[in-house]
Ligand binder design. Structure first.
Ligand SMILES: [Zn+2]
Ligand SMILES: [Zn+2]
Ligand SMILES: [Zn+2]
Ligand SMILES: [Zn+2]
Length: 802
């Protein structure tokens, strides 16, 4: 998904292997990205471009009226089955394939408004009704739409507007006798009902996403940092020859304090797990729900009623305003390149968009920097590990006088030592050119070249419009025009940077079937982004912060007490509670090119065989923990049991498979069978796994879900408490994992009407989740709702006096 599709990857790797040795050497030893690009780019032949074009041809990214009809019919089917959520998504797909102002489009919008109505999304429903009308909704169907509008307005507590709609509707009936007698009767009856409701309802408060957004935007850093915008004044920026740039606490920081709140410089929505490639006709149109169906292409906010780009079917937005902004800033260039960008992967897309966004800054300066650094080879300097070079490295031009504010110039800062959240900062994120393999660099260079050729061929004045051409004409090359060449090098740089600097924007998605009353959540990747300030944080396998997202905004909060002078860390992925030290080291080395020296890594390095650990096996005879590497022996007194590791590992794998089968049964609603199998798994686990083993926790958690689905809240709570115990051992009492598990337990107590237990658990869950997410988090809001509901049920202390 990040890198180009496998077919293109292997095609380019094959091409590389067939290159003459001398050319391979030239490319491998290229001193600068400029050289790398200039030597690689001419090697992209027309037949390579043809091959790429064939690959891209598999993506349906244009409009297709047949697809619109197909999705609308599929949506109608879901609607009849009362799966309104499923219907909404299919109507959205239908909308995105319809041409602007077509009957197809208006019908899809109108049908979607009906599904939204059933989902209780009245505000959004009203918007879709307006959209249906502006795109030419057929006259004869208007009454149905107006009636829905009136019902929405009534429910929203807007009686005046509802009355107005009703009188419009009545005059509409009077004017046109387009309805059959029976239809007319139904409408009349509904009208009466609506009129009664208008009188009944006055003001009904409802919380809309807009309100939530406002709450979030109101949450601010206590005091903004003068040197680093978007960061709090509790941190300061430092540089060190070994660590690079990093942030340090300037005062004691309490858990939950907001340290960074930063909007992404660039973000690209991930198309989803399975790229929508088509082979054969039967699977021509995909009905699978993807990120792009539920989230705005620009701001990433969740939306049930997206509006599509006029030119393509893959970009959908939360609003007209978002669509316009995206168009002005980058989509006018990207719109026709959708299939190519899906083929070349998200990194390539982020690289292009970064370059497109750079046009809105001081382009002259950016270009000068690009050209200047390429010509004097300075483009490689910031990644040098030589301390002397880092200290010498200075962004200021020759003629500029020294400024006292910058004693140690830090890459990415302006002449006043201020770190700007702009293209300059993005440009200075390290590409680690020397660490990537020559093959990988060749793949990136050719992918970017292909993109540049396409930009050129499409006659897109992508980069040229805002540029002053005179400055660059001298360096023109026969292959690409010079400006595009400059941007090609910049895009290549971004592609290489992304491996270490890309931040995955994640969201918590609720999983599980509709019958499941307790929500199970899963973290999913929504987008790939660059955050210049968040990128300043170094990695630790046991970080002292927690990162969460709201749309394209990242927030970093202290997850524990951070003392003045301590470094601020976040985790790049390999977390101590989820991965063993060997796996972490391998991952950090191959993806991020460094050896981790965080406290847990140091600890484990110093005494690598320190006991059996949490994921230990235990003796089936005396239940003591087994110890050892290939052959494990019992640690119990007077027990001589010993077993080969292979045997135990395969037994564990069998168990995990069984748990998987049980989870599948649970999803399919075969609850009794699921429970039966899980209880077997539980006793099997007990016979050879330590009580703290994560699989033991998983079994308990699944059992809790199954009992909750049966409505047996007491049993559910008992198992959830066991799962909670395991989560605490693995992740710690104030971890985000603990918060999610406490949230589930609170739901179970709530549903089981165990009021004191529920209130107690709600309080604990709230406390943990607040530290990681801050107050606007969905789960926290849910907890607060549960709390106020429970407090209403409690007798007033002292009781009412006579
Ligand atoms: Zn949006
Ligand atoms: Zn488009
Ligand atoms: Zn580490
Ligand atoms: Zn034993």
């Amino acid at each position: 998904m990040d890198l180009p599709v496998d077919e293109w990857k292997s095609y380019i790797l094959q091409k590389w292997s067939l290159l003459p040795k001398s050319i391979q050497v030239t490319i491998s030893t290229a001193k600068t990205l400029n050289d790398l690009f200039l030597h690689s780019s001419p090697l992209l032949q027309p037949e390579d471009e043809m091959f790429l074009k064939r690959l891209s041809g598999g993506y349906l990214v244009g409009k297709d009226p047949d697809a619109s009809l197909f999705y609308r019919e599929k949506g109608n089917k879901k609607f009849q089955e009362k799966d309104y959520m499923g219907a909404t998504v299919l109507y959205s797909k239908g909308v995105s394939h319809s041409g602007p102002s077509s009957t197809d489009m208006s019908l899809c919008y109108a049908n979607r408004s009906a599904a939204l109505f059933h989902l209780g999304q009245y505000e959004t429903c009203l918007k879709d009704i307006v959209r249906a009308q502006t795109h030419g909704y057929p006259e004869r169907l208007q009454p149905k739409l107006l009636l829905r509008k009136a019902e929405c307005l009534v429910t929203l507590g807007r009686p005046q507007e509802a009355s107005q709609t009703i009188s419009d509707l009545e005059s509409n009936f009077a004017a046109k006798a387009t309805l059959s007698a029976s239809q007319f009767q139904i409408l009349q009856r509904t009208l009466c009902r609506v009129k009664v409701k208008v009188q009944e309802k006055e003001n009904l408060p409802e919380i809309f996403p807009e309100a939530l957004t406002k709450t979030f935007e109101g949450v601010d850093l206590r005091e903004e940092n003068e040197q680093i915008p978007s960061a709090s004044s509790s941190v300061s920026l430092h540089i060190d020859p070994l660590k690079g740039r990093y942030l340090v606490a300037t005062k004691d920081i309490l858990p939950g304090e907001l340290l960074v709140k930063e909007d992404a410089f660039v973000s690209v929505l991930n198309p989803g797990e399975m790229p929508p490639r088509r082979h054969g006709l039967e699977s021509k149109w995909d009905t699978q729900v993807t990120n792009g169906d539920l989230h705005c292409h620009r701001c990433l906010r969740r939306t049930l009623a997206p509006v599509p780009c006029d030119g393509c079917s893959y970009a959908k937005y939360c609003s007209q305003a978002c669509m316009q902004q995206a168009w002005d800033r980058y989509h006018s260039v990207e719109c026709s390149l959708g299939a190519l960008l899906l083929t070349l992967g998200v990194f390539c897309h982020v690289a292009l968009r970064s370059a497109l966004l750079a046009r809105f800054e001081d382009v002259d300066k950016v270009i000068k920097k690009l050209c200047g650094e390429m010509s004097n080879q300075g483009i490689c300097l910031p990644e040098s590990r030589d301390p002397a070079q880092i200290l010498k490295y200075d962004l200021r031009g020759e003629g500029e006088k020294k400024d006292k504010a910058v004693e140690t110039p830090i890459p990415g800062c302006d002449i006043n030592g201020k770190y700007e959240r702009n293209y300059n900062a993005v440009f200075h994120l390290l590409p680690h050119t020397e660490n990537h393999s020559p093959e990988h660099k060749f793949l990136c260079a050719l992918s970017v070249s292909a993109l540049c050729r396409q930009l050129e061929a499409a006659g897109l004045q992508a980069f040229t419009t805002d540029l002053k051409p005179t400055k660059l004409k001298a360096a023109e090359t026969p292959v690409l025009c010079a400006e595009l060449n400059v941007w090609g090098v910049a895009m290549l740089r971004h592609m290489l940077q992304l491996q270490c600097n890309a931040q995955a924007i994640t969201t918590i998605q609720q999983t599980g079937s509709k019958e499941n009353l307790i929500t199970d959540t899963q973290q999913v990747r929504l987008a790939t982004a660059l955050f210049p300030v968040v990128s300043l944080l170094n990695h630790s396998c046991s970080p002292n912060t927690s990162v969460s997202f709201f749309g394209t905004i990242a927030t970093v909060r202290a997850s524990q007490l951070i003392r003045r002078g301590q470094e601020i860390f976040h985790c790049y992925g390999p977390h101590e509670s989820r991965m063993g030290v060997a796996e972490r080291r391998q991952k950090l080395r191959s993806q991020y090119f460094f050896d981790c020296n965080c406290p847990p890594c140091d600890r484990e390095r110093q005494r690598p065989s320190a006991g059996p650990g949490r994921e230990a096996f235990r003796c089936h005879r005396c239940r003591a923990l087994l110890q050892g590497d290939d052959v494990l022996s019992c640690g119990g007194p007077a027990c001589t049991e010993s077993l080969g590791r292979g045997l135990l590992v395969s037994r564990l794998q069998d168990l995990q498979r069984q748990v998987g089968v049980a989870q599948k049964r649970l999803r399919n609603g075969r609850l009794e069978l699921a429970i039966q199998l899980l209880l077997e798994c539980q006793s099997d686990a007990e016979s050879f796994l330590s009580a703290d083993h994560s699989v033991v926790g998983e079994i308990e958690d699944t059992l809790a879900q199954a009992y909750a689905a049966l409505g047996d809240w007491e049993k559910s709570a008992t198992h959830l408490q066991e799962s909670l115990r395991v989560v605490e051992v693995h992740h710690g009492p104030s971890s985000v994992e603990m918060g999610h598990e406490l949230f589930k337990l609170a739901q179970v107590f709530f549903n089981g009407c165990a009021i004191p237990e529920a209130l107690n658990t709600i309080q604990k869950a709230e406390k943990v989740l607040l530290v990681h997410y801050g107050p606007w988090n969905d789960e926290i809001r849910e907890l607060q709702k549960m709390k106020s509901c429970l407090l209403d049920l409690l007798p007033i202390p002292g009781g009412p006096k006579e």
